[in-house]
Design a protein around this ligand. Structure first.
Ligand code: PEP
Length: 256
């Protein structure tokens, strides 16, 4: 663990379907997150339509809010898109480059770079996701893939903003939603590489690095205790208030 507070980011994906459930989930998580706020920084990433109501539920809790994607143009004829500039009125964070967007929505390294640049310019902090798929893992290409994704995503970004407002989540695609979490040794090695590549390529003095992929209450400590891990990006397990609260508590204890 390199920074003072570990960061736990909750990616709710396309859940929950009802707004009331989203608000209840946020309120339940907020109870534990507030109690552990000295040691753990928490951010929730609900679907776009729930952002305003979850924002109200989180008001004065110290818990951050983020969106799961953004578009790089500020405004214009782009039906269905939500710009980073619009999000800046609603939330502090945005995820860019999640593997599900790369896989299902034609996200490329170039669009990831545009989105990251637009978000930083709009004053929004970025969780940038990178990671190899199963085939690339088996071919021993993890480092090459992650390095290439990072180089492309960071192109032209202001090093000061990278240091202050960008977090990289190393998320092996084969570990996301599969229950097959990465061996901490593999995750730790790759997060070390992420840190080296980001500081070298962007000129940033430092960067925070997270692990994501089937993280649960019973394995989260094995990641946050790694030298190069500043926290975790959590998908499925963050939809269960009890499980995610147990994760927050486990991370807080690990930081004592
Ligand atoms: C994610 O969606 O970023 C993720 C890591 O999902 P899960 O925790 O379900 O593997």
């Amino acid at each position: 663990m390199t920074s003072q507070r570990s960061f736990l980011a909750a990616n709710w994906k396309l859940n929950p379907v009802r707004m009331g459930e989203a608000v209840d989930l946020a309120r339940a998580i907020a109870k534990t997150a507030r109690a552990c706020a000295e040691r753990v920084e928490v951010a929730l990433f609900p679907p776009f339509p729930w952002l305003p109501s979850v924002a109200r539920a989180l008001d004065a809790t110290g818990i951050d809010l983020g969106a799961q994607d953004c578009y790089w143009e500020r405004t214009g004829a782009f039906t269905g898109e939500v710009s980073a500039a619009m999000l800046s009125d609603l939330c502090e964070w945005v995820i860019v480059g999640h593997s599900e967007r790369r896989q299902h929505f034609c996200e490329t390294d170039e669009t990831v770079n545009r989105k990251a640049a637009a978000a930083l310019a709009a004053g929004i902090k970025v969780v940038l996701c990178v990671g190899e798929n199963a085939e690339q893992l088996d071919a021993g290409r993890t480092e090459a893939v992650v390095e290439e994704q990072l180089r492309a995503a960071l192109r032209g970004l202001d090093p000061k903003l990278v240091a202050s407002s960008l977090v990289v989540a190393y998320e092996p695609v084969w570990a996301i939603g599969t229950g097959r979490n990465a061996e901490p040794a593999h995750a730790g090695r790759t997060m070390g590489l992420v840190r080296t590549v980001v500081t070298r390529e962007s000129g940033a003095e430092s960067v925070r690095v997270l692990y994501g992929g089937s993280v649960k209450a019973d394995n989260v400590t094995s990641y946050v205790e790694l030298a190069d891990c500043d926290g975790c990006l959590v998908g499925g397990a963050s939809l269960n208030a009890e499980e995610f609260s147990a994760m927050i508590e486990a991370v807080a204890e690990a930081g004592e």
